[in-house]
Design a protein around this ligand. Structure first.
Ligand code: IPE
Ligand code: IPE
Ligand code: MG
Ligand code: MG
Ligand code: MG
Length: 371
């Protein structure tokens, strides 16, 4: 079983100075008493205004509103037609517009919003509120490229994806390969645009490095490589763990750690969030394998029994459906525990934030998802 390998986090928060002003009663003039009374009243007014401001800034955020926001950010970032390379551009847009659950950009956004209250520098926070949009779009482009290539005849040879014919089925294999390349490249072009919002920002540099490494050789690409190399063979449990943690969990770690980094989280708390994303990613792939056996093609939007057809050994073939489902539950619980720990370390006594609640709700929903 998996090792949580948790490090104790060092908490270095400053105490909030609770200023309680003690009004000195003097026998002096009434005027000064009047003045202090009116000051008190205006302080009260100020406090009331603050509370109402807080109320408005804390207006209810729904999963639906977050979903619509993510959808808009992703679609708005897609490239325009230029009249020459439109075929590949159309295939890129086709794949992204086909939909999908948008799990990775949503995880990124909720992590960012859940923790960014911590950013003391308000002007930086404002810039990051905008800059994160480049990364939200970029990670969905990278994920979509990985699906286009994963579906190719040379890999899993799938004909349905997101409820539509796969890109190579609709546009041909040549264009599908190029559309994957196009999305991967355009993802970095899009992410790099975040520097227009915040030039010289070191958090953006860190985020870009995460976006460059997690989908790559020592991440998603490495996992996909061992997955295809071992197709038709009996991988060891260690090899299977490597495949899952890289082909799937790495991109979820990418999403969460970029969100956390732009929220100013580092060190042990960043490690906790990365571990949380790792567990969500492992659970996500195991649930994907379960659905390949038990799912409904129309609900899933992709063909079922593909793993068996392709001779893939999965958690389900090794451990059986029941144990696999138990693993999904346990890994998701571990993830939620780690998010709570990181949140409590960073935010101290703060009540659970709406975005953190949505983040945890989403993880719980993924356990029983049917698509
Ligand atoms: C499918 O990912 C590939 C896996 C890692 C299992 P998703 O299940 O997130 O696919 P979409 O984005 O919703 O289509
Ligand atoms: C794919 O895993 C993971 C990727 C990096 C694309 P699968 O091959 O199991 O994903 P599906 O079932 O085709 O969506
Ligand atoms: Mg595959
Ligand atoms: Mg596949
Ligand atoms: Mg699958």
């Amino acid at each position: 079983m998996e090792d949580t390998s948790e490090k104790k986090s060092s908490k270095g928060s400053k105490g909030t100075s609770d200023k309680k002003s003690t009004a000195k009663k003097s026998t002096a003039k009434k005027a000064s008493e009047k003045k202090s009374a009116s000051k008190k009243a205006s302080d009260k007014k100020g406090a009331a205004k603050k509370t109402s401001e807080k109320k408005t800034s804390e207006k209810k955020v729904t999963a639906k509103a977050v979903g619509e926001y993510i959808e808009k950010v992703v679609l708005d970032a897609m490239p325009e037609a230029d009249g020459m390379s439109d075929k590949v551009r159309d295939a890129m847009v086709y794949a992204v517009e086909a939909g999908g659950k948008r799990v990775r950009p949503t995880l990124m956004y909720l992590t960012y919003k859940g923790f960014s209250e911590k950013l003391a520098d308000k002007s930086l926070r404002k810039k990051h509120d905008k800059a994160i949009e480049s990364f939200i779009a970029a990670i969905e482009m990278i994920h979509t490229y990985s699906l286009i290539h994963d579906d190719l005849p040379a890999l899993d040879n799938d004909s349905m994806r997101r409820g539509k014919p796969t890109v190579h089925t609709a546009f041909g294999e040549d264009i599908a390969i190029l559309a994957g390349d196009g999305l991967l490249n355009y993802a970095y072009e899009t992410a790099a645009k975040s520097f227009i919002v915040s030039p010289g920002d070191t958090d953006l540099e860190k985020a870009l490095l995460i976006l460059a490494s997690k989908p790559g050789l020592y991440g998603m690409l490495g996992g996909q490589t061992l997955d295809v190399v071992l197709t038709g063979t009996e991988p060891t449990k260690e090899q299977l763990s490597y495949i899952y943690s890289n082909k799937t969990a790495a991109l979820l770690e990418c999403a969460v750690t970029i969100g956390a980094t732009l929220a100013g989280i580092s060190g042990d708390n960043l490690d906790k969030l990365q571990n949380a994303a790792y567990y969500v990613g492992m659970a996500f792939q195991v649930q994907d394998d379960i659905l390949d056996v038990t799912g409904d093609k129309d609900v899933l939007g992709k063909d079922v029994s593909q793993d068996e057809k392709n001779g893939k050994v999965t958690f389900v073939t090794i451990y059986g459906l029941e144990k696999a489902a138990e693993y999904v539950r346990q890994a998701s619980e571990l993830a939620i525990g780690l998010i709570d720990e990181a949140y409590n370390n960073v935010m101290k006594d703060a009540a659970d934030n709406q975005y953190i609640k949505l983040l945890k709700d989403m993880i719980i929903k993924l356990i029983t998802r049917e698509k």
